[in-house]
Design a protein around this ligand. Structure first.
Ligand code: ADP
Length: 300
């Protein structure tokens, strides 16, 4: 989808193209905080600074999908994301180069603005991202290291059941006994009674926890590391609450701009079940109890 993203056969080639001349690397300092890739501040010898992510060569697709997601969010012009510069392979590694976010001090109304900006992103037009249906995305991508199916569906409820819950449940089969599998089947059947269609499809960040936003040089929230798709906006809001919640001002700003979502609290845990299942598939048994407690809350 993102034809503007150039792929290179070496980091050196990418840097030469970005700076218009052959530049050396004067600094490569590790940046901590990520959980999948190796991350660095990269200073080119002419003084330019970039953010570099590296993984093994066979994981280039992760970076292509991350770049597509950042580009989709950038196009909404609602909230800032780092500009992606290049990706490619370099020997046994794959890499992604983007703008380095120089962190500023937070504006006084940081969280309220963040909420309003996210509401504006959710209000943006989504037609170009879904092709044949209303919900989904032009291609599959990743949620953390987990594969995320985005084949479009006309109805949000179908999309969430068939493209979010079902693939994760199938992948997690080995963790469930017969009784638990039956409860999961019941939940899939019942999901249509619990969920509602949105007023309008929205481009979602898709993995909106506190590790995936930063303070930019303008003092506002910048989004990183998306797992974008077009869905119901409340799925993004639910994710912000999965690991403790964002500060109150964020929700104030969001709901003031986007309007209330009646009954959202009854659906929140079902949305987050997708992420808990993904964690069960990626990290194993420690998430089993959390998954089943949500399932039984809905199925009795
Ligand atoms: P991973 O893909 O491994 O989860 P992240 O994208 O979360 O890695 O990046 C790791 C850390 O690097 C983040 O927690 C954040 O602190 C920092 N970071 C991410 N993107 C940028 C950027 N564009 N500029 C500067 N720092 C960044």
């Amino acid at each position: 989808m993102d034809e503007s993203l150039k792929r290179y056969d070496s980091l050196k080639e990418a840097l030469t193209d970005i700076y218009g001349k052959d530049v050396g690397v004067c600094q490569k300092s590790p940046v901590s905080g990520g959980d999948i890739n190796r991350a660095y501040l990269l200073r080119a010898c002419d003084g330019g600074v970039l953010f570099l992510k590296e993984n093994t060569a066979d994981n280039l697709n992760f970076f292509i999908k991350e770049a597509e997601g950042l580009e989709a969010i950038r196009k909404t012009k609602a909230i800032s994301v780092p500009v992606v510069k290049a990706c490619g392979r370099d020997g046994f590694d794959s890499f992604l180069l983007m703008e380095f976010i120089m962190q500023g001090s937070r504006n006084k109304d940081f969280y309220e603005e963040f909420g309003r900006d996210l509401a504006a992103m959710h209000a943006a037009d989504t037609e170009e991202y879904t092709g044949s249906g209303s919900f989904g995305f032009v291609s599959d991508n990743y949620i953390g290291a987990g594969y995320q199916v985005n084949t479009p569906e006309e109805k949000w409820i179908d999309f969430f059941r068939l493209k979010r819950l079902l693939p994760q449940i199938k992948r997690a089969e080995k963790w469930f006994n017969d009784t638990e599998s039956k409860a999961l089947d019941r939940l899939l059947e019942k999901a249509g009674d619990i969920l509602v269609e949105p007023e309008k499809p929205a481009l979602l960040h898709g993995d909106l926890w506190s590790g995936n936003y930063m303070t930019g040089p303008d003092g506002r929230a910048w989004l990183i590391d998306p797992a974008v798709y077009v869905g119901h906006p409340e799925a993004d809001i639910a994710m912000t609450e999965l690991f403790g919640g964002f500060p109150k001002a964020f929700y104030g700003g969001y709901f003031e701009a986007a309007g209330k979502m009646p009954g959202y609290e009854d659906r929140r845990d079902l949305y987050n079940l997708y992420h808990l299942l993904n964690h069960l598939n990626l990290f194993g048994a420690t998430y089993h109890r959390a998954v089943m407690s949500v399932v039984y809350r809905y199925t009795g």
